[in-house]
Design a protein around this ligand. Structure first.
Ligand code: SF4
Length: 386
């Protein structure tokens, strides 16, 4: 989806916020400056829940993501879509930026209903600003000059009806950061659960315990990107690594099914030591958490970089397995690395789910366990693996 629409917000939205810092963007200024998308989104809001009062009278602190922006009267946070108005927090509601029906694996989720269809929707805006974002036309629509997103008005019930009519078993919020629109995601997921769907947050992980707890009653899956290991790397993206690591642990503690993705970008986060450290952090939380090592392809502001060497990803996966992780996948290079798309039994190494890249070809699990040795393989497998 191409986006367009007038002048972009100025520099403040692109500045990473220190925790607790006050954002600099006045929503009314953006509207006055002829910012059609911002104006359109400002009309599609509802009162928010994820915030607290303070730290001064008339101020709000948003708790949806780890920036924890302090919003003074009339101002939006770093994501550009949550803002204070007349003493309350207004948050996005009642629209989507895009939605597609595809296999659940295209969300890089491998242990949930393999081979099922997922309706995946996204909104506008993001708390981070990754220069290699695949979905930048929606996630960065409020920051990019010439962006023009067109929100698609829809109710939660109608969106879920689309999913049900298409035969989906899963409904996912992705493409931008779902926690910045958590109240809308919760409304949609509540309806999805009522209709029997599995629900998934596809998140950058820069979130808070409050937001994870708020979503947990209606959300089954937390698929999180772990994009680097250093403060410098995360500063480039506009965030910090600590909240992401904390969110992985907290999500697991709350009972989400968690899968982690690391897009390995040459020259950015492709140091073997750093990737080993990421694998160790995930395994420390739970070695059953699947880790997806995805190959990078040039895009957005990183078009001049090379693609990731598949052999390097295989080496990283091998080290992760050797250090105790049980499910490590290499994706985006299906023609070169087929074997690391399958799920194997961690005890006897038989293939229990056979895939080609993001397509499930065969589910061999029996009652969620290896048919050869009976070892349980964790996941939300559903009827196809019963
Ligand atoms: S969701 Fe938006 S307003 Fe809330 S803390 Fe994050 S960037 Fe700030």
């Amino acid at each position: 989806m191409e986006t367009n629409g007038g002048s972009a917000p100025q520099a403040p939205l692109d500045d990473p916020l220190e925790p607790g810092a006050r954002p600099h963007v006045r929503l009314e200024d953006l509207v006055r400056a002829g910012e059609p998308l911002t104006a359109k989104l400002a009309r599609r809001t509802a009162p928010g829940v994820l915030y607290e009062r303070g730290p001064e009278a008339g101020y709000l602190r948003c708790t949806a993501c780890a920036h924890r922006c302090v919003l003074s009267p009339g101002r939006a946070g770093a994501c550009g879509v949550r803002f204070e108005q007349d003493g309350e927090l207004r948050v996005p509601f009642g629209y989507v930026a895009r939605h597609y029906v595809r296999s659940v694996e295209t969300n890089t989720i491998f242990h949930v209903r393999p081979g099922a269809l997922s309706l995946t929707f996204g909104m506008f805006g993001c708390d981070l600003r990754c220069p290699y974002c695949q979905n930048w036309k929606v996630s960065q629509a409020l920051r990019e000059p010439g962006s023009d997103g067109e929100p698609i008005d829809i109710s939660a019930a109608d969106l879920v009806e689309v999913a049900v009519q298409a035969g989906c078993e899963v409904l996912a919020s992705a493409y931008n950061e779902p926690m910045i629109t958590a109240e809308w995601a919760r409304a949609v997921f509540t309806e999805a659960r009522r209709r029997g769907l599995v629900t998934a947050l596809i998140s950058d992980g820069n979130t808070t315990p409050e937001a994870l707890e708020y979503m947990r009653p209606v959300a089954d899956v937390f698929r999180v990107d772990l994009k680097g290991w250093s403060a410098d790397q995360y500063r480039t993206l506009g965030g910090r690594v600590e909240p992401v690591l904390a969110a992985i642990g907290e999500a697991r503690r709350l009972g989400y099914w968690v899968e982690v993705v690391t897009l390995v970008v040459p020259g950015f986060n492709d140091k073997p030591d750093g990737l080993r450290a990421l694998g160790a952090e995930i395994a420390r939380v739970d070695p059953d958490i699947p880790w997806h090592l995805n190959a990078f392809y040039p895009r957005y502001k990183m078009r001049d970089l090379a693609t990731t060497d598949p052999a390097f990803l295989v080496d990283v996966a091998g080290v992760a397995y050797a250090r105790g992780m049980k499910y490590v996948y290499v994706s985006n290079v299906a023609d070169r690395v087929r074997e690391l798309s399958h799920t194997r039994c961690p005890a006897c190494y038989e293939v229990v789910v056979r895939r080609f890249n993001y397509e499930t070809q065969e589910v061999l699990l029996s009652g969620g366990a290896c048919p050869s040795c009976g070892t349980r393989v964790p996941g939300l497998w559903g009827p196809s693996a019963a």
